[in-house]
Design a protein around this ligand. Structure first.
Ligand SMILES: Cc1ncc(COP(=O)(O)O)c(C=O)c1O
Length: 302
């Protein structure tokens, strides 16, 4: 995939879909070899949108950053685990030379040279001040405590979900403190219905299919942030159990209704009954309870 036109290889530290950290060190080592072989100079950019504020605090040994020679630039979202409100993100370069001069605008504005890499002119600075405040208020220790807490709470949630026996955990233990999970058996319910039902308990848990080649896998994802306490993790597990019971009860009710109707038809001499396959019956059940759930759906959090 890498050729003489490749500007850089991008690695992701904290996948949006399941929180996984890509192996940046392995990528670096392979690229070092490739560059040596070919004489190219392909660098690495690390998209550490989520992982950039996690790895340094809870996985300090993990080499994903400027410790690796080919990593030339890194972006991090301050508004995720940087713990600031939305709108602030960072990009840093290994050296001044790694950011081409022609990408920087120099403006002689009101008597001073203003170099800028982003879009020009008036912008609020509140996010930068908020980020600065968090950095000096929390420091390394403060961020480490918060990130450790987040991963412990992610573990509580993960173990709680495993205990229900109904879900496969798709996220990894090392990565962003999030839990991505899918149903072990989705013959009667699917992840979208669980997501819909959870809204009634005040939870917004996204459900989505994985990217091409893994599109058959649907997951629910819960991102654990600073304010997601252990109590909330336990409550979420309990609410998910309630939702599963509700969905099971709906399935049972609809199944028995369909079976009774079938039986009546069979006993009616004027009706010719075409026997349904198990799959057809199952589809009918799923459709019926989907309609039932849809009818009860609310538009927002309640
Ligand atoms: C891996 C990854 N890169 C980039 C982004 C975008 O970051 P931002 O919202 O700070 O622009 C996200 C956001 O979800 C992400 O998960």
């Amino acid at each position: 995939m890498v050729d003489e036109n490749t500007i850089c290889v991008a690695a992701i530290l904290g996948s949006t879909l399941n929180g996984e950290f890509e192996d940046v060190k392995l990528l670096n080592d392979l690229l070092v070899e490739k560059n040596k072989e070919t004489g190219w100079d392909t660098p690495i950019h690390v998209d550490a949108a989520s992982g950039g504020f996690i790895a340094p605090f809870i996985y300090p040994e993990l080499e994903w950053d400027f410790r690796l020679p080919l990593v030339k630039s890194i972006n991090v979202s301050g508004h995720k685990y940087g713990l600031v409100y939305a709108g602030v993100g960072w990009v840093i370069w290994r050296t001044k030379e790694d950011l081409p001069e022609e990408l920087i605008f120099h403006i002689n504005y009101l008597g001073a040279d203003q170099p800028t890499f982003t879009l020009n002119f008036s912008k609020g600075s509140s996010q930068i001040i908020a980020q600065y405040y968090q950095l000096i208020r929390l420091g390394y220790e403060g961020y480490r405590n918060i990130m450790e807490n987040c991963s412990e709470n992610a573990l509580v949630l993960k173990e709680g979900l495993e205990k229900t026996g109904r879900f496969n955990i798709v996220s990894k233990d090392i990565g962003v403190p999030l839990v991505a999970f899918s149903l072990k058996d989705n013959t009667h319910h699917n992840e979208f219905e669980i997501s819909d039902s959870l809204r009634r308990f005040g939870w917004i848990v996204p459900a989505y299919t994985m990217p091409p080649n893994a599109q058959h896998v649907t997951v629910l994802r819960v991102v654990i942030r600073e304010d997601f306490s252990r109590t909330l993790a336990e409550r979420l597990v309990s609410d998910i159990e309630k939702v599963m019971h509700e969905l099971d009860a709906i399935t049972a009710r609809v199944t028995s209704k369909i079976l009774v109707t079938e039986e009546k038809k069979e006993n009616d001499v004027n009706v010719t009954v075409v026997k349904k396959t198990e799959l057809e019956t199952q589809r009918e059940i799923t459709d019926a309870w989907k309609k039932f759930v849809k009818a009860r759906k609310t538009n927002g959090v309640c």
